[in-house]
Design a protein around this ligand. Sequence first.
Ligand SMILES: NC(=O)c1ccc[n+]([C@@H]2O[C@H](COP(=O)([O-])OP(=O)(O)OC[C@H]3O[C@@H](n4cnc5c(N)ncnc54)[C@H](OP(=O)(O)O)[C@@H]3O)[C@@H](O)[C@H]2O)c1
Length: 292
Amino acid sequence: MRIEAASVNPLDWHYMRGSPYVMRFMSGLGAPKDSRLGADFAGVVEAVGKDVTTFAVGDGVFGTGKGAFGQYTTKHVDGSLAKIPPNVSFEQAAALPIAGITALQALRDHGQLQAGQRVLVNGASGGVGTFAVQLAKSLGATVTGVCSERNREMVLAIGADRVIDYRTSNYTESEEKYDLIIDMIGNHPMSANLDVLEPTGRLVIVGGKKGNWIGPLTNMLKEPFISPFVEQPVIVMLARPNGADLEELARLVETGDIEPVIDRRYSLQDVPAAIAYSEEGRARGKIIIDVR
Ligand SMILES: NC(=O)c1ccc[n+]([C@@H]2O[C@H](COP(=O)([O-])OP(=O)(O)OC[C@H]3O[C@@H](n4cnc5c(N)ncnc54)[C@H](OP(=O)(O)O)[C@@H]3O)[C@@H](O)[C@H]2O)c1
């Protein structure tokens, strides 16, 4: 595939830095096993294997793979790959894979969100959060987004019914209860999150604190010790990219139910600056690499 656009995820710099250190068992102990960076891509099929029937040369496609921050990449047809619908741009398609699939699986599969339920999205202004807010709304939920004041208007504009400024309020200390909490940040103890969940509610942990050692994994490591003693399911999730969910996300962009929020655009030469910006943890939606 010839890549037209890619997008940055925290995964890229976790992989690049081998942090948290436990990642190095997979990514390489002393240095990355594979020096190609970038997972999310959108582009055009340039060549197919002789047995491939589902994709043809010239198809617009998007998905996850290795070396998305480059001009060409390859992918097995059965992997996380889908066609780009006609009125979805390369940039929009490149924004979708990891963040969109994470949000979709967090709400639909792990959160089992039903229309009419109340969901709180902690980290509503980031890559995953901006999709989670829109997808939760399209599933018929009442959405509370936790973000800072500077992102209030954006999070309301994409569909949140209300926002809580995390710099001035702590949602875990309020009387308000939720059917589902999707946590991208991990800045509150798990017990505090459970305090504001309905007895039938669910807590889905997507991300955690920064740090090289166990910081990002704190809540994930605690989960097996806490789960047996609490009523509500606590789910530590790992997104599973696949073609069917990519097709679903592309369809939702096509119908206008979701629209990727693009924060900044960088050229291929400026990938280091794009990754550095992602590492600051202040992205408002997605960071795009324009490979053209
Ligand atoms: N489990 C999985 O399969 C999976 C998949 C994808 C991502 N993740 C993880 O999920 C996390 C989120 O990913 P992402 O792509 O959304 O990251 P991101 O785009 O880098 O998130 C940045 C956003 O987080 C907000 N933020 C920072 N501190 C906050 C706080 N205390 N409360 C509320 N919002 C806060 C920032 O807003 P301000 O600038 O206003 O602070 C910014 O808008 C990362 O840790 C990532 O590694 C996990």
